[in-house]
Design a protein around this ligand. Structure first.
Ligand code: HEC
Ligand code: HEC
Ligand code: HEC
Ligand code: HEC
Ligand code: HEC
Ligand code: HEC
Length: 344
């Protein structure tokens, strides 16, 4: 599929020239979202100036404009050569208000959580990394996917101009109808980000435990990893992959729902990699959740989801896994996540 460009953006409405009708059209699209949704990079409420990311007259000035990278003008009139570079300008840990997504990440140390909801990338792009998604590298094939020749950028998954979705994720990362993951419906949070943002508020807002899940985040992953789509719905397991979006206490499942709900013993622990077997309770979906509190309640009917085992950006462990299941050697936590549900 050719929809992913080297900038990774799925829908390039214009290239290079910013014409007035297009600006108006894109503002109209943005203003179609509900007025009360509060997300950052929210242009409807003018929360982030266009000039943070675009420069309209790079070449006319005759010299490199302030705050831009040398060598422009760049595609889409960006102030950096690529979208990912632009995003990482703030999100690489150098701006304490912007959640750091580039490893090693220290901002969540002392927060009580080991990482953010998405974890982190191993590098700023162009280099393969076994521990999660690779940025800026062409992949001729994609695991569990019919997509070919994909180069990921931040904008493959996030709309820089904001969406009503949780974390501004794009509704249709692979084109088509897509699936929204809407804050307050599919995902809940306890504490909103700071407005204006502050270093302390960003730690609290973006740490993993500030989110609870109800539905659709696995379905969103399967927009790109479409080979895993059929594995979401059924109760009878006919596929060769671990299911997602199914309840831990489903009839005939080889699980131990009471052990999961109890939260002690095999698999459960206070920290990953502390030398004692067990990791903090992994993430789950609560299908009947109506708010943050109900989304965090351990129960036999909780569902396993992609995020139970994987971090969206990546992390410390192979395949972006939450615990060292696929790492070499025999760390004591190797089977811990599995044991929380299975308790063999
Ligand atoms: C957080 C950074 C950021 C801000 C703020 C921002 N943009 Fe963008 N904009 C981008 C990026 C990144 C792209 C290119 C996405 C890609 O293709 O990778 C883009 C692309 C565009 C495009 C090309 C069409 C499209 O949607 O791809 C237009 C038009 C545009 N922006 C207008 C605006 C206007 C007008 C504002 C202010 C109201 C604004 N942008 C604010 C980052 C930003
Ligand atoms: C000028 C600095 C800056 C740039 C450039 C920037 N960001 Fe941000 N971003 C921030 C800050 C600061 C926050 C935290 C906002 C808050 O907590 O209210 C944030 C928050 C976010 C969030 C979380 C939003 C939420 O409400 O959950 C996402 C996702 C994000 N940025 C993605 C991007 C992407 C993708 C790009 C590149 C297109 C980008 N950012 C460019 C500063 C920036
Ligand atoms: C493969 C898709 C994907 C790519 C590529 C991606 N993100 Fe994300 N990102 C997500 C998802 C999904 C979440 C929400 C995870 C959760 O908490 O459930 C997220 C969360 C975030 C957050 C909230 C803080 C956190 O760590 O949880 C920020 C900020 C962010 N992304 C910025 C970026 C930036 C900047 C880039 C490029 C360097 C990027 N993302 C690339 C999927 C992606
Ligand atoms: C925009 C399309 C896209 C979306 C959305 C997406 N992925 Fe991926 N994924 C890719 C591509 C491309 C690769 C192959 C290259 C790589 O390893 O980054 C990949 C690879 C992976 C890998 C292997 C990583 C490794 O280190 O070998 C895992 C695990 C993964 N994805 C899980 C997820 C999960 C979980 C989600 C949802 C949070 C998700 N993906 C959403 C495109 C996507
Ligand atoms: C119960 C845990 C678990 C769940 C749930 C889960 N995965 Fe995985 N995933 C793994 C493990 C473990 C691996 C490492 C390879 C293996 O053991 O099969 C993996 C590997 C992968 C890979 C890389 C395959 C490769 O060949 O490099 C992708 C992509 C992936 N998973 C995507 C997803 C997506 C998307 C979902 C949700 C629909 C999901 N996974 C749900 C545990 C899980
Ligand atoms: C959050 C709970 C949860 C976690 C964590 C979990 N599982 Fe499962 N597991 C389930 C559920 C629910 C089923 C039944 C659905 C299915 O068959 O996929 C299941 C089924 C299985 C099956 C049986 C498949 C069959 O053919 O009947 C195997 C094998 C398995 N899991 C292995 C693992 C391994 C290995 C891990 C760790 C990498 C793991 N699980 C982590 C909940 C979980």
């Amino acid at each position: 599929m050719a929809i992913f460009t080297s900038d990774g953006y799925a829908c390039r409405r214009i290239s290079g020239v910013l014409s007035l009708p297009f600006v108006i059209a894109s503002l109209l699209v943005v203003s179609a979202v509900p007025a009360d949704s509060a997300y950052y990079h929210d242009l409807e409420k003018n929360r982030q100036p266009c000039g943070d990311c675009h420069t309209l007259h790079y070449s006319e000035i005759g010299a490199q404009p302030a705050k831009t990278e040398a060598g422009g003008p760049f595609a889409q009139l960006l102030i950096r050569a690529t979208t990912t570079k632009l995003c990482l300008f703030c999100h690489d840990g150098s701006d304490p208000k912007a959640p750091d997504v580039l490893g090693p990440v220290t901002m969540y140390g002392g927060s009580g959580d080991e990482h953010s909801g998405a974890g982190f990338f191993g590098n700023s792009g162009g280099t393969a990394n076994d521990n999660g998604h690779d940025l800026g590298l062409n992949k001729s094939s994609v695991p569990f996917s019919s997509l070919t020749n994909v180069t990921l950028s931040c904008a493959s998954c996030h709309d820089p101009h904001g969406t009503p979705n949780h974390r501004n994720v794009v509704t249709a990362p692979a084109g088509g109808a897509g699936v929204g993951v809407v804050m307050g419906t599919d995902v809940f949070r306890e504490i909103a980000p700071g407005d204006p943002p502050s270093a302390g508020a960003s730690i609290t807002a973006y740490k993993e435990s500030n989110e609870g899940y109800r539905a659709d985040s696995s379905r969103w992953c399967t927009e790109c990893h479409d080979d895993l789509k059929p594995h979401l719905a059924g109760t009878a397991r006919t596929e060769n992959h671990h299911l997602a979006d199914v309840a831990i206490n489903g009839a005939t499942y080889p699980t131990d729902p009471a052990h999961w709900t109890g939260g002690t013993g095999s698999g459960f622990g206070s920290a990953t990699g502390d030398g004692v077997e067990g990791v903090p309770r992994i993430r789950f979906q609560a299908p009947g959740a109506v708010d943050f509190a109900s989304s965090k309640l351990p129960a036999p009917g909780n569902q396993v989801m992609c995020g139970s085992c994987h971090l969206a950006h990546g992390g410390k462990h192979k395949k972006g896994l939450v615990w060292p299941y696929a790492d070499s050697g025999s760390p004591v936590d190797k089977d811990s996540g599995c044991q929380q549900c299975h308790n063999f």
